[in-house]
Design a protein around this ligand. Structure first.
Ligand SMILES: [Zn+2]
Length: 378
């Protein structure tokens, strides 16, 4: 089986996943997981993208993950749901670690960090440093806007309405220019829905790229739109012809968050920028706390409820520590949240690597080593 079949299977999976998430379809993703897994088995197992597929799309892992993600056969009630998910989420983590070890890695976290090009200590240091910088501001803003862990996203939207709805087409045009792209309107479709996920972007087997957003009536939606367009740009402007050019989710997330900040600077009006700066501060702190919590689980094997409380109470009181299973951590691809945090943090850190400074979009996004974005360690 060839690499192009691996790419095709991955995009078919992306399309079916899109249908489930955006169009409320009920596709069983397992047969599509199997196709990717089978294709990966025939490829060079030393390549990070291949290894990742051999873990994430392994039949046992894929089935459990799909069940958790689709919430099939779980209670509807949030309280009951958070509790029912617990054993499955814990089991999914253990399965990922086991698979990573079978591929010769120390554990799952070690595998992800190694392929993304950053060490555990470096990442932990950067997260802590960035948290220290933004936490006091976030505490003040959270209080001022009346945020808590339950109303977080609703409040973020309500607190930052936009007087004038930005022109989505003009934004796409500006992003296209930034990427030095061509003819995006032939392959990029923007879907605006009131309901569902705040933002989502996927590339389909025919090469078309689709972005789902909410109406641009508030600064949170605008920020999300620009973030998703950063993903879209990476998908539109790269077509892997070898496993080493296949962007894996951690790098994809890191770059999208890194590019998003630059785009906001370039595209948004002063008023929009001011609102987005506050949302960014709040979101960055939430995401870092979430990432640190996740690291606690992977590295320190801590008791989730305890670690969730310790981390999250730095910003706001935790009323129910059982809701950790509903946190962003419970996503299809685990361990992405910290790469989002690093992508945003990379804008605050001096970068010494000349190539990184010069290039807006790296020539080889899949080959990015995240540590290069943070300059030398001193
Ligand atoms: Zn993203």
């Amino acid at each position: 089986m060839s690499f192009s079949e691996f790419v095709r299977a991955s995009r078919m999976y992306a399309k079916k996943e899109w249908e489930n998430i955006v169009e409320e379809a009920k596709n069983d993703l397992s047969p599509f997981d199997d196709k990717i897994f089978k294709a990966a088995e025939t490829l060079d197992k030393k390549q990070p993208a291949v290894q990742r597929a051999l873990i994430e799309h392994h039949p046992g892992i894929a089935r459990l993950r799909n069940r958790i993600e689709s919430l099939t056969n779980y209670p509807k009630d949030r309280n009951l749901l958070s509790r029912a998910l617990r054993p499955d989420v814990v089991r999914l983590m253990a399965m990922r670690t086991h698979r990573a070890q079978m591929l010769g890695r120390e554990d799952y976290l070690d595998f992800v960090l190694d392929t993304a090009g950053i060490s555990f200590d470096r990442m932990e240091g950067l997260l802590e440093e960035t948290l220290g910088k933004y936490l006091p501001q976030a505490q003040r803003l959270a209080k001022e806007k009346g945020l808590d862990w339950e109303n977080w996203f609703k409040r973020l939207k309500d607190a930052y309405p936009l007087e004038k709805e930005p022109d989505a087409e003009a934004i796409v045009k500006a992003v296209e220019e930034y990427f030095k792209g061509q003819d995006w309107n032939r392959s990029l479709t923007i879907h605006i829905f009131e309901k569902g996920l705040a933002g989502f972007a996927r590339k389909f087997p025919d090469g078309s790229v689709h972005v789902k957003i909410r109406p641009l009536t508030n600064a949170f939606s605008l920020k999300t739109f620009i973030h998703e367009l950063s993903h879209a740009g990476l998908y539109l402007e790269s077509d892997p012809d070898h496993p080493k050019n296949f962007i894996t989710p951690p790098t994809d997330e890191f770059l999208a968050a890194h590019i998003e900040d630059a785009l906001i600077n370039k595209i948004c009006t002063q008023t929009e920028k001011e609102a987005i700066r506050e949302i960014r501060t709040l979101e960055l702190v939430r995401i870092i706390l979430s990432a640190q919590f996740e690291l606690d689980l992977w590295k320190r094997r801590g008791i989730p409820e305890e670690r969730y409380r310790i981390r999250h109470e730095k910003l706001l009181p935790v009323l129910d520590d059982k809701i950790w299973t509903l946190d962003t951590f419970r996503s299809v691809d685990s361990l992405l949240i910290m790469f989002y945090a690093l992508g945003q943090a990379s804008r605050d850190c001096p970068r010494e690597e000349p190539d990184v400074k010069k290039a807006r979009i790296p020539a080889d996004p899949a080959g990015v080593r995240i540590a290069d974005y943070f300059g030398a360690v001193n």
